[in-house]
Design a protein around this ligand. Sequence first.
Ligand code: PLP
Length: 393
Amino acid sequence: MQGRHFLHIPGPSPIPDRILRAIAMPIIDHRSAEFAALGKEVLDGSKAVFKTKQPVVIYPSSGTGAWEAAIVNTLSPGDTVLMAETGHFATLWKTIATRFGVEVELIPGDWRRGADPAAIEARLSEDKSRQIKAVMVVHNETSTGATSRVAEIRKAIDAAGHPALFMVDTISSLASVDYRHDEWQVDVTVSGSQKGLMLPPGLSFNAVSEKALAASKSNTLPRSFWDWQEMIKINAGGFFPYTPATNLLYGLKEALAMLREEGLDNVFSRHQRLASACRAAVKAWGLEVLCQNPAEHSPVLTAVLMPPSHDADRFRKIALEKYNISLGSGLGKVAGKVFRIGHLGECNELALLGALSGVEMGLAAAGVPHRSGGVAAAMAEFEGSESGNQAKA
Ligand code: PLP
């Protein structure tokens, strides 16, 4: 197919040319002084993105590995943890914990909002014997487009006076949505390379608090590849305990430079701007955004409900074949019922408008009932935020 492919799934996100060029460099000796300088730079530089002064561990794996690492470094078989059913990814993280013999108490959810801080506080307050060892939350639920209020969940844990560890999955929010590992006293932040960091899949992260490190000295789940203690000891010299993903680390160095140049706050407000334009388009089409709580609308992706008896996957297939655009599929219990528009990473106004044109024409081509004018509504939203900015200046 001619022209550029519009990759608008909610990650992996498109890789900027600067990062592709940085990765396409000759590999170096991972035991050399040159590598140690790179290792130190990316291990240290990543801290700014997590907003932490504590160790950040980098694994050569997809995000699922970092999920597993958070569990096996802190918990023991038979431990109880509290999770919120925000969507497909919370459900997958729960499955991993269960496979390790951890008892997961799940606060049920309807997949249309984030984790409820009040429900977490209520459950922790009831837990007088302090059986719950960790609260585990997905910050940005990539399957639904709902972003949980992590700062409020921290307050809920504190209000209950509960000593549980706090673990947060930021795989689809890091470097796109405001996030503060230290300020919000998160004990383990889990992340991945292929979304806000604009890298290929293949790196994953754990930012680790002192409390989590202390837990890792006495918990009993076995681990080897994922072990923090070994990793952090060897990272001190800029090295890794096994062969690192050297070329992805070149890419990470470049991604961190790009985020520094734009400024994290500007990155976050760009994502907010793109997301509200996308929601304006959905509204103009007469379709419904899956996330029902405006305070939790995701800056990273928008999940759109199909009208009843219209199959989202058929629509996505037609849009791909006719207009060369990839949209995200519905996952788990919303499969076929929603499609997801990714607007994260390198995305800007025109890239989003192109994608929205593809959606609008795709809806028409697939015979999905809708009103036209979504792209115009998104443009008006951009113009409105521009004139708002000028008025403020
Ligand atoms: N958590 C969230 C929120 C995700 O979006 C994803 C992947 O999309 C994962 C976890 C799993 O990460 P990976 O597919 O990189 O293993």
